[in-house]
Design a protein around this ligand. Structure first.
Ligand code: H2U
Ligand code: ZN
Length: 354
């Protein structure tokens, strides 16, 4: 099996697709998209929020859960997470019993990034200058945390929407910076290193070329970045935002490329909000090279979006059963998801749950 009509036939029936970044497989069952649903329905998030909420821990001028006071910030605002999962002062210790009981202390820093003083906005609602400000604050935090000798990896991410366990609707993301490279970027790093050693080009550079030739899974693009539904997507409307230039991190971007990243993020997340007419929940995050002081020419900057919604604002995908015990599985094909996202407007249409 190589290409052409044989591929098209294969992809209409149950098949497995390979994720070269993670080394994992996903089962795709295209015929199963129409199965009936009598399970849980999600409650769409309340759409009408005030510009400032006196009860919000993240709004300007308010008091946080631990009594700290937020300044009257006007752009982005970053602070140390008051309930941090990682601390810089974790005592050094290691356990190793019979090769099977293994543990090691882990130190790090957790930050919270408010994207805007406006309680009622989210990434797609920010104007291009404000979104560029978010990209800049990500880059600044990455530079500052990554330069610390005790920080080997910086994970920037956003959990959006109640269905993703997000605790507060105020537009914000998080940064967890730690000594070790955590599991998922470590695995992606190994795969990218193998590819770079074999070909002298980054894995995502070669992958992006294939996607741009085929145009089956592209959602939107500009001169600096491409948003696409990856061939191996697991979540129904999962996307990958990839820099056209093979750069290891945000700090290697040129000024215009930071604007282009902000532009693609705005256009992609606006399409998401237009898909079901509600503020679209997701977990999203940047993957960048480790900050271990080594050069990482194999690492290619990208951002994953993992949204849980399946076919409406109220029906989500669960990773359960076969997926917990076998491997991830999806019903609608990545190609049809890409086509749907591509067909949506890049300006916000009327809201309301569908
Ligand atoms: P979510 O992105 O999952 O909503 O988490 C928000 C973070 O904000 C969460 O990690 C922190 C929580 O610990 N937080 C504070 O640091 N101070 C507060 O006053 C409220 C929330
Ligand atoms: Zn707020």
């Amino acid at each position: 099996m190589t290409d052409g009509t044989e591929t098209a036939a294969l992809l209409e029936h149950p098949h497995r697709r390979f994720n070269p970044l993670s080394g994992e497989w996903v089962l795709v069952s295209p015929h199963r998209a129409k199965r009936p649903w009598q399970g849980q329905v999600e409650r769409p998030a309340a759409e009408h929020r005030p510009a400032h909420d006196p009860g919000c821990y993240l709004c300007p001028g308010n008091t946080r859960a631990n009594g700290e006071h937020n300044p009257d910030y006007t752009g982005t605002f970053v602070f140390d997470n008051d309930f941090a999962a990682l601390r810089p002062d974790a005592p050094e210790a290691e356990v190793e019993v019979g090769g099977l009981l293994r543990a090691r202390s882990e130190s790090g820093v957790c930050r919270v990034v408010c994207f805007s003083p406006r309680h009622d906005l989210s990434l797609p609602d920010l104007d291009p200058a404000a979104l560029r400000g978010v990209v800049d604050v990500w880059a600044d935090e990455f530079a500052r945390l990554g330069s610390r000798p005790d920080i080997g990896y910086v994970q920037i991410f956003e959990n959006k929407g109640e269905t993703m366990g997000c605790s507060n609707p105020h537009p914000h993301g998080q940064i967890w910076a730690q000594r070790s490279v955590p599991l998922i970027p470590a695995r992606e790093g190994e795969r990218q290193a193998e590819h770079f050693a074999a070909h002298g080009r980054t894995l995502l550079q070669d992958y992006l070329r294939l996607e741009l030739e085929r145009e089956e899974r592209i959602v939107c693009a500009n001169d600096g970045f491409v948003a696409l539904v990856p061939f191996w997507a697991v979540w129904p409307f999962e996307t990958l935002v990839v820099s056209r230039r093979p750069v290891p991190d945000l700090l290697a971007l040129e000024d215009a490329e930071r604007d282009q990243l902000a532009d693609v993020l705005k256009r992609l997340t606006t399409r998401y909000d237009n898909l079901f007419g509600v503020s679209f929940p997701y977990s999203a995050g940047l993957h960048q090279a480790p900050t271990d002081g080594q050069p990482h020419p194999e690492w290619h900057l990208h951002m994953h979006f993992f949204p849980p919604l399946l076919r409406s604002a109220t029906v989500r995908k669960f990773m359960v059963g076969y997926e917990m015990l076998g491997e991830p599985q999806r019903d609608v094909t990545p190609e049809s998801s890409a086509e749907r996202l591509r067909s949506l407007p890049e300006t916000r249409t009327a809201t309301g749950a569908s």
